[in-house]
Design a protein around this ligand. Structure first.
Ligand SMILES: Cc1ncc(COP(=O)(O)O)c(C=O)c1O
Length: 315
């Protein structure tokens, strides 16, 4: 049970949305390992939303509500991994659809997209995130159904202007999905810039303790495509385990403190190495000479993230 309250997101998340168990008064949600749920003599479920563990688990709700609160969305879904979350979006498209993704992004997802879209009959185009016009050139009006971006993107930390990406996607009749793993909702809330779906590898900052593999999606609207994604998770069983869900809600309570500290440290490290004679360059959107520094200033609030790249002279 959670009570809606008007407090800062930081406080809300630190308190797990002020969870209080209706039966026991416990302020920490229980872990429910049950795979199946009881029915009465008429075969009606005792709690109508829970029937089988591949569809739902009581431990998912608090995590999904925390994610929704963090991103300012309409609903959230917890997955077994970031890859599973991204795959559920793409697998909810139909053969023949066209999608546009960045050339520079998390390599595991890019490789899967190329292979899966080839098999599934989805046409895939890749745009150069460093070229501000390339996304608009690759999107086809009336034909593209999904634009996928990652911001900042690994490992160049290019920052995609989400407002422009949303305009381009929507102008063509497509949805915009954003992998916001690196920014986290502490620094950027993509739905506020017009994105339709936000994705996270919750394995990273959201959990923050290197002991959970999980993924998340948050939607701006609960429309038909979102319903398809929900069914995709249930049908393919791309769910987190009850223990992982519990660890994640605990890890997320310190998200704001961790991300702000990591961002401050990354900026100090980036500035320290910026003029190092052994380096070609330092890639970090918080440095004034990063090509996307102005975009980062516009859409990243309170820091530029904890990730940076050092390009060593000599390869
Ligand atoms: C930006 C980004 N997106 C997605 C993923 C995939 O997430 P997971 O490892 O939780 O499946 C990763 C993992 O490194 C990542 O860094």
């Amino acid at each position: 049970m959670t009570k809606p309250r008007k407090v800062a997101a930081e406080t809300d998340i630190a308190q797990g949305l002020h969870y209080v168990d209706a039966e026991s008064g416990s302020v920490v949600p229980p872990i429910v390992p049950s795979t199946t749920f009881a029915r009465d003599e008429n075969y009606a479920l005792i709690a109508s939303q829970y029937s089988y563990g591949r569809d739902e688990n009581p431990g998912f709700a608090v995590v999904e509500q925390m994610l929704t609160r963090l991103e300012g969305g309409a609903a959230g879904l917890l997955f077994s991994s970031g890859m599973a979350a991204a795959a559920a979006v793409v697998q909810s498209l139909s053969p023949g659809e066209h999608i546009v993704v960045p050339k520079v992004m998390y390599w595991g997802l890019r490789n899967w997209l190329v292979e899966f879209c080839g098999h599934w009959g989805i046409e895939l185009d890749q745009f150069d995130p460093a070229d501000p016009d390339d996304l608009a050139d690759k999107v086809q009006a009336g034909r593209t159904s999904l634009v996928w971006v990652e911001s900042p993107c690994n490992p160049t930390w290019d920052v995609i202007d989400l407002e422009i990406a949303a305009e381009v996607a929507h102008g063509a009749g497509a949805r915009l999905a954003v992998d916001s793993t690196v920014a986290t909702p502490v620094l950027t809330r993509p739905l506020e810039f017009g994105a339709d779906i936000v994705m996270h590898s919750a394995t990273k900052y959201l959990n923050g303790h290197a002991d959970v593999i999980a993924g998340a999606l948050v939607t701006a609207e609960c429309e038909e495509f979102w319903e398809r994604i929900c069914r995709q998770r249930a049908n393919t069983g791309a769910i987190a385990g009850p223990f992982e869900a519990w660890l994640l809600q605990r890890g997320m309570r310190t998200l704001f403190l961790r991300v702000r500290n990591a961002s401050q440290s990354a900026l100090v490290i980036a500035r320290h190495f910026a003029a190092h004679p052994g380096l070609e360059c330092v890639l970090y959107p918080g440095l004034a000479d990063h090509p996307d520094h102005e975009t980062a200033k516009k859409q990243m609030h309170g820091g530029y993230g904890g990730m940076l790249s050092l390009c060593v002279k000599g390869g």
